[in-house]
Design a protein around this ligand. Structure first.
Ligand code: FAD
Length: 376
């Protein structure tokens, strides 16, 4: 709305005709309070995802504060609606038929910091854009997030996914996570160890009633750079830089990622579609007999991680392959890309082809990193 008066007028006019967009709550003194929310109806979700795919949300709410989030959840409960929490939409594939419940887009954007001597505790709202936050921390000369530069999405999802890149996972910098527990309606705080962080996994993935509202990170004031990851080390070697600064590390990551990953403004993608499989050292040795060049990264004495992009490219021959409106990215086969007007069904069917090929040729059962969001 251009001005506040028009907005209020529209709201008052629309209220009697849309009574369903009102929730009620009872205060501790027993007073029933009606909550008027800016819930929209039948909103196209494709615009909110990086794959640019998805039908309509039956109801859609932008929650800019924890209060708005709590009210939205109350509304969903009173109307018996399933809830889907949306961040930047960069790790999901939404159903072509949309979502028949309430989609809550988290836009809580507060930032606070406390100086703790050698470190700074920075607390960020779940709806802040991840890379804008990283850029701000780097310009404040705070160390710890730089290797995770240019990952799309929000602060909230950074802990849901335990995002990682170039040898660093976000779990290494998280102090605590604040959530709304929608079962109890309480705001709770989970310490790092309670988040059960794992490779692209956390307690939040299996507990959908935990909605992340804020995340506190512990960032270092003194240099603590990790530049030994192959691509990063090669970048600095090629530039003749021996002792990079914090800003140079961020620039390196941005440059490496920009060269490798599709441009989100022109191509639909959700980044790596699958997780890199972790297999036993024994199975890996058996695979080496058939595919002697297959690379691996040691996890421990019993297991190795195999780069799935290599398998999709060299074993399945699917790098850069296009099938209708979807395909694998020509520079990184772990990334599925979609053209305008591609459907969720097309992406799912293409992903299935990759899953089947990898299983058939290597025996490895791969797991999706991208989450499918169904209609209900
Ligand atoms: C080009 C590209 C490159 C990428 N590179 C990387 C990479 O290098 N490393 C990496 O780890 N990932 C990468 N990703 C994946 C993606 O960016 C991350 O998983 C990111 O954290 C998703 O954030 P989002 O806000 O877009 O989450 P969404 O896609 O909106 O949501 C993902 C999941 O998190 C849940 N969620 C979102 N916000 C909240 C919240 N506040 N509370 C509770 N649940 C919530 C959603 O319900 C959903 O289940 C890449 C994606 C793209 C498109």
């Amino acid at each position: 709305m251009a001005d506040g008066r028009t907005h209020i007028k529209t709201l008052l006019w629309s209220l009697p005709r849309r009574p369903s967009l009102v929730a009620s709550t009872t205060t501790p003194l027993g007073v029933v309070v009606f909550l008027y929310m800016n819930i929209q109806e039948n909103v196209s979700l494709a615009q909110y995802t990086t794959l640019k795919i998805g039908g309509m949300a039956r109801y859609f709410l932008v929650a800019r504060t924890t209060r708005e989030l709590i009210d939205g959840i109350a509304y969903a409960k009173q109307n018996d609606l399933p809830v889907f929490v949306l961040g930047g939409g960069s790790n999901i594939l939404l159903d072509d038929e949309g979502f028949e419940g309430l989609v809550v887009k988290i836009e809580i954007k507060s930032v606070e910091s406390i100086d703790r001597g050698d470190t700074v505790e920075v607390t960020a709202g779940a709806g802040l854009d991840w890379d804008t936050f990283v850029a701000d921390m780097v310009s404040d000369e705070l160390y710890g997030l730089e290797n995770l530069s240019l990952i799309p999405g929000t602060i909230g999802a950074s802990v849901v996914q335990n995002i990682g890149a170039y040898g660093v996972e976000i779990s290494s910098a998280v102090l605590w996570v604040e959530i709304l527990n929608t079962e109890t309606n309480n705001i709770e705080t989970l310490k790092n160890v309670q988040c059960e962080f794992n490779y692209r996994n956390s307690i939040f993935k299996s507990n959908k009633h935990y909605i992340v509202t804020r995340v506190a990170y512990e960032l270092k004031k003194k240099a603590n750079l990790q530049t030994d990851y192959k691509d990063v080390a090669e970048y600095f070697l090629s530039k003749g830089i021996e002792d990079p600064t914090l800003a140079q590390v961020r620039n390196a990551i941005v440059s490496i990622r920009t060269a490798k990953l599709p441009d989100l403004d022109t191509i639909g993608t959700a980044g790596s579609f699958f997780k890199n499989p972790v297999i036993s050292t024994e199975s890996y040795k058996a695979l080496l007999e058939q595919y002697p060049a297959m690379p691996s990264y040691s996890i421990d004495s019993d297991t190795v991680k195999v780069p799935l992009g290599w398998i999709i490219e060299h074993v399945c021959g699917m790098k850069g392959l296009t099938d209708g409106s979807v395909g694998t990215h020509d520079k990184q086969s772990l990334v599925i890309v979609s053209k305008k007007n591609a459907t969720a069904e097309e992406v799912k069917s293409f992903a299935k082809k990759i899953i089947n090929c990898v299983k058939e040729k290597t025996g490895i059962e791969i797991e999706r990193e991208v989450e499918y969001i169904n209609k209900k």
